[in-house]
Every structure is written in structure tokens, then in C-alpha cells.
Design a protein around this ligand. Structure first.
Ligand code: ADP
Ligand code: MG
Ligand code: ZN
Length: 477
């Protein structure tokens, strides 16, 4: 029997707010353990949570950007469970009335578009962090992360391969980053994902029993673990064994998933509306103002770069890989309207420079103004394309403007015909034999003379003028 995989993802994205979701504690990363805590996020008796408006704003942005319906009346619920990193004994989350639901986004797989449904997006608080110390045979808990705001983004079981799951994840991350509401960093834990996987006979509709994979903290782990799990389930079913509904962990060292615990059902959590928080009512005005401020996202930018600037799709894809890079390109084009030339310079020398320095475009020593100015110098014939590469290298090292570098290093192109002519005439006297060869039809000698002129001018002679004058003089009798 042939089986097809069915995959749904639950993504947790940490939101980039200054303070936590229900108290004023800082969300900043890396502080000494238990220094960003207060009675509210520690769950002391008698305290009351107060909702951070920014969190709602960010959730609305994500809901709108993923084509969701916004629930104008939504509310928070308590999800009850015990774990040492959860001091209150419950997590404040949303349950039957999340802030957004029924959205979608489109992914592209081998140039084919596929629409993936988004079941719901809800706001919730993060738990603390356990640090296991095997040397002292104990575990420590850091509550700095307790109460940091999260968005949970739940997909429909519409994904059917590890590659699709990865494309979807990247799409969600790109939207979060373009909106500027999350770092989306898997390795640092600000972007986490659980994968739910089942298989079913091809052609059938009924969903099979699923397993849930946790502990996926890199794109590589997501891909590998889903791939492994699909095959594990196929093997079980083909041996007439059953898939057990359970939570499994990805073991990256052993390259396999292993059982962690039986999967709990929603009723195990005894969800109920949080009596400490009022229902959240969102008016049209709020929704409209968020809508108006949604920036151009990657797909739209890509389209615009192709349609308006006439860029090849591969260029558009690369230039929109981050919002900051796309902005750099856009600003550059505003100053020098030759999109493809700029694209070539960004994709080649500039990204090469950033790569070699291990920095991002925001940290680039070459500003968009300076790159545009460099291209203007080439256009005005003030420097040759070859010298421009030298100037660019210097820009990368010093951050200076191209004009300044050209002036300081005496790199301006020699376009003065009389200067070039003098050099040519001298060379012809010194190399009379070569001149004779040329006149007898060995026109290849031209290259030798071009090389000589360039050497004498340290590469600065205007190649067009050099060629023109050389041909004139070599022909003459
Ligand atoms: P929870 O895991 O918290 O119980 P849900 O039941 O809402 O939450 O499901 C979470 C995710 O699992 C969703 O992304 C959903 O699409 C996916 N999912 C549900 N059933 C299946 C299934 N049989 N096979 C694959 N994915 C599934
Ligand atoms: Mg789940
Ligand atoms: Zn606090």
C-alpha cells in the first residue's frame, strides 16, 4: 500500500516587545538568572496580570499578514499543568477564542505554489527555563523567560513533505521578520516549532494517528526528524503495527526520534477562561490602523523588483532575503537608476564582503549612498570598471566615500587625449618592430600596446580612448 504524509506545524515565536506580556519586567536576553522577575511573573498569590498592548498589536499584524479573520472579541484562558518551570501551575494562553483564525499563506515548492491553511494564531506567555546540572545532580530554574510574550501559529495539516514543512517555516519566519515583531532565530529559541505527523493511504481523506515531534531547534532538525518519522510510521503500518499517539523527541546525535510521553488531549489541561483578565475587545479603528501600517512583505517586494525594475527572479529572490537587504537595494536604486547594475554589485562584491567579514547588511561599511556614488563615477567615465573594484575594496576596509578614495589614491581615470597620445607616440618609438608587425596585418599586436599604455598609467587610462587613439596611430604611415 502507498502512504502519503500529513504534517501540521505549531510554531512558537517570541515577540520583540520591551516588556513581558502581563508585567513590566524586561524581556532582554542574557541577563543573570532570575533578575528579570516580579511577583506577577513569578505567580505569587493575589497579584493581577495587566495585558501589554504591544503584544496585541503584533498579534494583529501577524493575523492580518497571514490573511486571518480577526476575532474582535477574544479572550485569555488558563492551560493547567504542572512543571517546575511554570510557577503559577498554569500558563495564560488563548483557547476557544484566539485573536486570529482561518488564514493561509502560499509557499513555493519547485516553482509550484501551494496554499497552506492557518488554523489559528493566539497569544500566550512563555515558561521559564530549566538548566540541568549533572555534575551536582540537580536542576536549576531561571524565571527570566517566564511571561515573555509568544505567538502560537498553528497550521492546518496541509503539508505533505519535509520540504514543504521547511518552506512553510521559512515563510512564516520571513513574515515575522519583515513585520519586525520577532527575531525568528531558531538556534536562540526565539522561533520554535513542533511538528505533528501522520500518514494515510494515498487517496483517502481520513487522518491517521499522529505523533508530535518536539525539540526541533534548527531547520536541519525539522527536515531530518520529519523525514525519519514518516519512514518510521510507514514501516510500522506495513508490518501491520499501530502508530501510537504520543510526543516524541528528536535525538540529533542518534538521528532518530524516540518516545517521550503519551500525548495529552486538550481536556487534560482543564482550560477555562482566565478570571483575572477581561475579554479583549478590538475595534475596527484599531484593526484598520494596523492594516495601514503593514509593510510591503517579501512576496510583494519580489514581484515589484521583477515587474518594476526588470530584475531576473533569481536576483529578486536573493535581494529580498531580508527586509534590510531589500531596503538597501531600493535606496540605492533611488540614487542611481540602474537596477540590474546595482543588483550585480550587491550580489557579487557586496555580499562577498559581508560574508568574508561575517556581518549583516545593517553593519555594512559600504553605505547605499557610497555604492550608488561609485557606480556614478563609472558612468561618468571618471574611473574604469576595473579601478572601481579596487575602490570598492578600499570602501569595504575604510568605509570612506568613493570620491575621497579616488582623490587620495590618485585613481581618477585619465581621459585626457593629449596625455594618452603622448604615451602612445613614445611607445611606438620604443617598439618600432611591433608597429611594423601591426602594419603588416598582425593586428593582435594591438593588445600588447593597450597593455603597455595601461601599465604606464597604472590602469587609469580610459580604455575606450586608448583603443581609439592606438588604432588611429598604428594605422598611419
Ligand atoms: P495540540 O497538539 O495542542 O493538541 P491540535 O490538535 O490543534 O493541537 O493540533 C496541532 C497540530 O497538529 C495542527 O497543526 C494540526 O494541523 C496538526 N494535526 C492534527 N491532527 C493531525 C494528524 N492526524 N496528522 C498530522 N497533523 C495533525
Ligand atoms: Mg501540539
Ligand atoms: Zn514580571
Amino acid at each position: 500500500m502507498e502512504f502519503e504524509p500529513v504534517i501540521g506545524l505549531e510554531i512558537h515565536a517570541q515577540l520583540k516587545t520591551e516588556t513581558k506580556i502581563f508585567c513590566g519586567c524586561s524581556t532582554s536576553f542574557g541577563a543573570p538568572p532570575n533578575t528579570h522577575v516580579c511577583p506577577i511573573c513569578l505567580g505569587m498569590p493575589g497579584v493581577l496580570p495587566v495585558l501589554n498592548k504591544k503584544v496585541v498589536d503584533y498579534a494583529l499584524q501577524m493575523g492580518i499578514a497571514t490573511n486571518c479573520t480577526i476575532l474582535k472579541k477574544n479572550r485569555f484562558a488558563r492551560k493547567n499543568y504542572f512543571y517546575p518551570d511554570l510557577p503559577k501551575g498554569y500558563q495564560i494562553s488563548q483557547y476557544e477564542l484566539p485573536i486570529a483564525k482561518n488564514g493561509y499563506l502560499d509557499i513555493e515548492i519547485e516553482d509550484k505554489k501551494k496554499r497552506i491553511g492557518i488554523t489559528r494564531i493566539h497569544m500566550e506567555e512563555d515558561a521559564g527555563k530549566l538548566i540541568h546540572d549533572p555534575d551536582h545532580n540537580m536542576s536549576l530554574v531561571d524565571f527570566n523567560r517566564t511571561g515573555v510574550p509568544l505567538l502560537e501559529i498553528v497550521s492546518e495539516p496541509d503539508l505533505s513533505s519535509a520540504a514543504e514543512a521547511e518552506a512553510y517555516l521559512r515563510k512564516v519566519r520571513s513574515i515575522l521578520r519583515y513585520l519586525g515583531i520577532s527575531d525568528g532565530n531558531m538556534e536562540e529559541g526565539s522561533f520554535r516549532c513542533d511538528a505533528n505527523i501522520s500518514i494515510r493511504p494515498v487517496g483517502t481523506k481520513k487522518l491517521g494517528t499522529r505523533t508530535e515531534l518536539k525539540n526541533l531547534n534548527s531547520f536541519k532538525h525539522v527536515g531530518n526528524s520529519i523525514y525519519f518519522e514518516i519512514n518510521r510510521q510507514k514501516e510500522l503500518l506495513s508490518e501491520n503495527k499501530e502508530v501510537i499517539q504520543e510526543t516524541r523527541l528528536w535525538d540529533a546525535d542518534k538521528n532518530r526520534t524516540c518516545s517521550m510521553r503519551g500525548k495529552e488531549d486538550a481536556h487534560d489541561y482543564r482550560y477555562f477562561p482566565d478570571p483575572d483578565l477581561l475579554p479583549l475587545v478590538i475595534d475596527d479603528e484599531w484593526i484598520d490602523s494596523v492594516k495601514k501600517n503593514i509593510p510591503e512583505l517579501r512576496d510583494q517586494k519580489k514581484e515589484r523588483f521583477i515587474n518594476e525594475y526588470g530584475l531576473p527572479p533569481a536576483d529578486a529572490r536573493l535581494l529580498t532575503s531580508t527586509r534590510e537587504l531589500a531596503l538597501f537595494f531600493d535606496e540605492c536604486v533611488k540614487k542611481f537608476n540602474e537596477p540590474k547594475q546595482i543588483s550585480n554589485w550587491i550580489m557579487g562584491p557586496l555580499l562577498g564582503l559581508l560574508n568574508s567579514k561575517g556581518i549583516t547588511i545593517e553593519e555594512s561599511p559600504v553605505s547605499f549612498e557610497n555604492l550608488a556614488d561609485l557606480l556614478k563615477l563609472i558612468e561618468k567615465d571618471l574611473i574604469s570598471g576595473k579601478i572601481a573594484k579596487t575602490v570598492f575594496e578600499e570602501m569595504g576596509e575604510t568605509g570612506k566615500s568613493p570620491e575621497k578614495i579616488v582623490k587620495e589614491k590618485g585613481l581618477a581615470q585619465v581621459s585626457d587625449s593629449s596625455v594618452i597620445e603622448d604615451i602612445i607616440l613614445n611607445l611606438m618609438v620604443e617598439n618600432a618592430g611591433e608597429v611594423e608587425k601591426y602594419r603588416q596585418g598582425k593586428t593582435k599586436v594591438l593588445g600588447f600596446f593597450v597593455g603597455q599604455v595601461m601599465q604606464k598609467t597604472r590602469g587609469k587610462a580610459n580604455p575606450g580612448i586608448v583603443n581609439k587613439l592606438l588604432k588611429e596611430h598604428l594605422k598611419k604611415k
